[in-house]
Write a protein that binds this ligand. Sequence first.
Ligand code: HSE
Length: 451
Amino acid sequence: MMVSAEDTITIGLLGAGSVGAHVARTLVEERELISARVGTPVRLGGVAVRDPEAPRDWKIPGELLTTDPEALVDSSDLVIELIGGLEPAEELIERALRRGAAVVTGNKALLASRGAELNAIAAETGAMLRYEASVGGAIPILRPIEESLSGDRVTKVMGIVNGTTNYILDQMDTTGAVFGDALAEAQKLGYAEADPTADVAGHDAAAKAAILGTLAFHAPFSFDDVYCEGITEVTQDDIEAAAASGYVIKLLAIAENHSKDQAPGVVLRVHPTLLPRTHPLASVRGAFNAVFVVAENAGELMFYGQGAGGKPTSSAIMGDVVAVARTLSIGKELRTPLTYTPTISSEVDLPPLPIEKATTQYYIDMDVADREGVIAEIARVLADHHVSIESMRQPGSVTVEGEVEDSSNGAKVQIVTHLASEKDLHATVQELRGLDVVQVVNSVLRVEIEK
Ligand code: HSE
């Protein structure tokens, strides 16, 4: 392990965006406090940036800035990677791990695509790799799953892990704001990714689902294993219809263990979901995040907090820094480097399963002809595909260009099914679309009622 000869742990920071600037500030202004928490002096050895002149949330002292990240990595005991994206972040993290330096990162995209490889390098060299900030911003969620629940069996993790989309859906639900305006506001508040497509298309949440699933089920999963639907197709009508039936729409990242099934595995999925307004996750407002965990012995747990933003995310980074630096300092006292074993292991053969293996409830919204026998015909299609109806609403006549039409134009039917497989549901919707009495299937959304 690379603790420098002098009695100090030297930290190199890569990147000084909104999180990096807060981390730099903490390491400079709170150096004594952090050193006391670690039990050994720590110092910020340098901050690698592309443009030393760029405006930042906190003015980093000029003597700390460098444009040579490799040299900084090579002179640090602990490297904090906050560049984001795949390259050069991966190359620099690998460089640090290979020389035995500890790494703290919040890079969800990198971990979701190359996490297994990076953990393998860490295991090989005994270097520490921590990434609490990669999921849920300030919320301590990875350590509880990885460590506190390591003696239990997690069965399901279900989270609101993208602040931007939660903000947009919440604004649409509570103020009737239109999608574009709510997104612009989320960008202004600093929640959104540089390219907000990663947020609204669900890719950011999918990366976090892969990380959560990997730690919860002790098997490596990547971004490509996650079924992903974003929120761009969610309409104000969907939100209002959901509200009228006592639901709220949230973008959920779900990792579910199907180990008791004939073909065991894990389904990882991200999609807009109807939640009953009484569900604990339904009360998560604005850009806040929350992760709901179900474990065999612990039962239900929920972790809640700020999931985005420089200051909250810097808290998770600093927590990892202190934890890692403590271990470095113990190794230093013992005069022998402590080797570290990542808890990610392929302890069981638990492959990722396709979305077709998921079983959930569904909400189907249709415009239909308003005459006798229509409901019976629709019910027959569902029954033929073994999809059972939990509830059905006929909220009123169809509107055209904002005008309420008389019922000769048709009616609206909204169905919530009991648990059904994706396969049966797809076949059902396909047949419903072909019925003469169904004018249009407006929306098909998944519903999570059972925990
Ligand atoms: N764009 C992300 C979000 C930032 O909106 O949650 C935190 O990963």
